[in-house]
Design a protein around this ligand. Structure first.
Ligand SMILES: C[S@@+](CC[C@H](N)C(=O)[O-])C[C@H]1O[C@@H](n2cnc3c(N)ncnc32)[C@H](O)[C@@H]1O
Length: 284
């Protein structure tokens, strides 16, 4: 992951704050704002307060060169929360995003109905990531800054079924995102000593599965970003009629190969997710 010392960095949904602490210790950016969805009490009950205390001490310590701040109860989908911050960041990072588990049928219903449209878990995770990107580019990333948003995610199902690279920037009737995914980098945890990837709700360290960091930038900053991050891997090629863009498959050599793909289980499942996602985008 590329993090420049000159940058102002904002982390979103940082479970136990060990990722932000590792950025503070090992990268020393100009500014670091670390946010978590949980309240102080929830965070402390789940993981203890060691990282929170550490970052708050750095904020208060006169010796620190990093302008460091921690915000709890920060929901990246909530506009009141977002407006606590200003459009001053170079880089916004969301590590291993996942919507929290629902504790009741009532809560599940609240989160899975958008204007009467029932949403699947796949769609509400895509919605979380789209709102993270839209809000980052609209309200958090400085116009004259590096203009980068990173999402790290495991390279296995169900996360790969979110079609992170392509689905999040599709246009809706009212929104045409002016940013796009420009590539991926392998996520190398050894770059972040002390970082423990946390489960969404429990004090468990998640298994180290191969993971990717996806990179977005504004369309006008694309060339600068590609120059800044020259080792990024390109996105999977889409082949249109010659392949299947929903599954990133192809090019098919024969008509029979295409027919078999379209009849397969994976394609059927991905098509259902795509239809659900299009339904959500149309409802915006
Ligand atoms: C799998 S955990 C990963 C935690 C942490 N980022 C890490 O890498 O260890 C998913 C995280 O996403 C956060 N999250 C889910 N929805 C969120 C939202 N609307 N705003 C901010 N964070 C959110 C959860 O609080 C949870 O900590």
């Amino acid at each position: 992951m590329v993090i420049n010392k000159e940058w102002s960095v904002l982390t979103i949904g940082d479970g136990d704050l060990s990722f932000s602490r590792s950025i503070f210790d090992n990268f020393q950016p100009k500014k670091l704002t670390a946010t978590v969805l949980d309240s102080v009490t929830e965070l402390t009950n789940k993981y203890g307060s060691e990282n929170l205390d550490y970052l708050q001490q750095q904020r208060d310590g006169a010796l620190s060169l990093v302008d460091c701040q921690v915000i709890t109860e920060f929901d990246i989908t909530n506009s009141d929360n977002i407006h606590q911050l200003t459009k001053e960041y170079d880089l916004v990072i969301f590590q291993f995003p996942l919507v929290p588990n629902f504790t009741s049928q009532n809560e599940f219903q609240q989160h899975t109905q958008a204007d009467e449209l029932p949403l699947s878990i796949n769609t509400i995770n895509r919605r979380l990531l789209r709102l993270f990107l839209v809000n980052s580019f609209d309200y958090l990333l400085a116009e004259d800054g590096a203009q980068l948003a990173y999402i790290s995610s495991k390279d296995v199902k169900p996360y790969t079924e979110w079609d992170i690279e392509y689905s999040l920037t599709k246009s809706s009737l009212t929104q045409l995102p002016e940013f796009s995914c420009v590539g991926t980098m392998p996520f190398v945890i050894e770059q972040f000593p002390g970082y423990k990837i946390r489960n969404v709700d429990r004090d468990k360290h998640v298994k180290d599965t191969a993971s990717l960091t996806y990179v977005w930038t504004s369309n006008k900053n694309r060339d600068v970003a590609l120059e800044l991050l020259p080792t990024m891997n390109p996105l999977p090629t889409l082949f249109g009629e010659l392949g299947c863009d929903i599954c990133h498959a192809g090019p098919f050599e024969t008509e029979q190969e295409k027919i078999s793909h379209l009849a397969g289980k994976k394609h059927k499942r991905m098509s259902e997710y795509e239809v659900q996602w299009q339904g959500y985008l149309l409802s915006l």
